[in-house]
Design a binder for this molecule. Structure first.
Ligand SMILES: C[S@@+](CC[C@H](N)C(=O)[O-])C[C@H]1O[C@@H](n2cnc3c(N)ncnc32)[C@H](O)[C@@H]1O
Length: 254
């Protein structure tokens, strides 16, 4: 059985079901209440040069434009989503530099070669959709490399310990891994690969808090803040239908 790779993830995001799902969110959903609160708090300067990684169909970057941020770059590695993002930018007359890139290979990208950003956002768990921890760390390093010291990084992940029910499920999964009985397509403990009607196939790595703290430490980022979404804002039904609870992380380039 073929293991999940970056190609699998990219193909899943280029699939029509996913494209429709994320495009609809870009047009209709906009920012979550929690995202808005944390963006206002940690990106107070509208003149800051910001980079959005994994922008998908443009849900976050177009909302940032709407809030008055004017120096925006955004990228994704899924071409079909980028095409949708391009359309929404045109429609909203948002002047955002949109480009195609893989977060794990940003150093090879000519668009950002000579730029340094004041902040980076990797929203709705995009970083955790990179298979293998060494690749997620590579992306973290590459994002740090295009930032000024002191730049702010906002991203989200799940948290395997966020509830008693999650912990019980992961204890069972740990037993499967110990016996070699896990889903053979998965790469590491914490990975999930599933299909949902209306969303398509999704690869996601679910970390625990210590894993992210260690990854930030070793990739040029200092931890500033982390908090579960439910503690930031009560989200609307539409947002809860679109997305599970998650942990927000704020880090600063060392
Ligand atoms: C869950 S979607 C979120 C999309 C958008 N940010 C939003 O919130 O609606 C995650 C996004 O990360 C992108 N992504 C995942 N791995 C990536 C990588 N290695 N490089 C660039 N983009 C990546 C996917 O293509 C997808 O658009």
């Amino acid at each position: 059985m073929k293991k999940i790779s970056a190609q699998t993830v990219r193909a899943d995001f280029n699939d029509l079901t996913a494209v429709v799902h994320y495009t609809r969110a870009a047009h209709k959903l906009g920012l979550w209440a929690s995202e808005r609160i944390l963006i206002d708090r940690f990106f107070p300067d509208k003149d800051a040069r910001l980079l959005e990684a994994g922008c998908g169909a443009g849900r976050v970057c177009t909302a940032l434009w709407g809030l008055g941020y004017r120096r925006l770059h955004a990228f994704d590695f899924a071409e079909e989503l980028l095409a949708q993002a391009q359309s929404i930018l045109l429609e909203r007359e948002a002047q955002i530099t949109l480009f195609h890139a893989d977060a794990t290979r940003l150093s090879a990208c000519h668009v950002v070669k000579d730029l340094r950003f004041d902040g980076v956002l990797f929203m709705f768990n995009g970083l955790m959709q990179i298979p293998l921890r060494r690749n997620r760390r590579r992306a973290l390093r590459q994002l740090a490399a295009v930032c000024h010291p002191g730049a702010t990084f906002l991203f989200t992940t799940h948290d395997r310990n966020s509830s008693a029910a999650e912990q019980a499920l992961w204890r069972l999964e740990a037993r499967r891994w110990a016996r070699g009985k896990q889903d053979p397509v998965l790469r590491e403990f914490g990975d999930r690969y599933f299909e949902e009607e209306g969303t398509g196939r999704t690869f996601m790595h679910l970390p625990d808090r210590d894993e992210i703290l260690a990854d930030l430490r070793t990739t040029g980022w200092e931890h500033v803040h982390d908090v579960m979404r439910r503690e930031v804002a009560a989200e609307s039904r539409a947002v809860r239908d679109f997305s599970d609870d998650c942990r927000f992380w704020v880090a600063r380039k060392a």
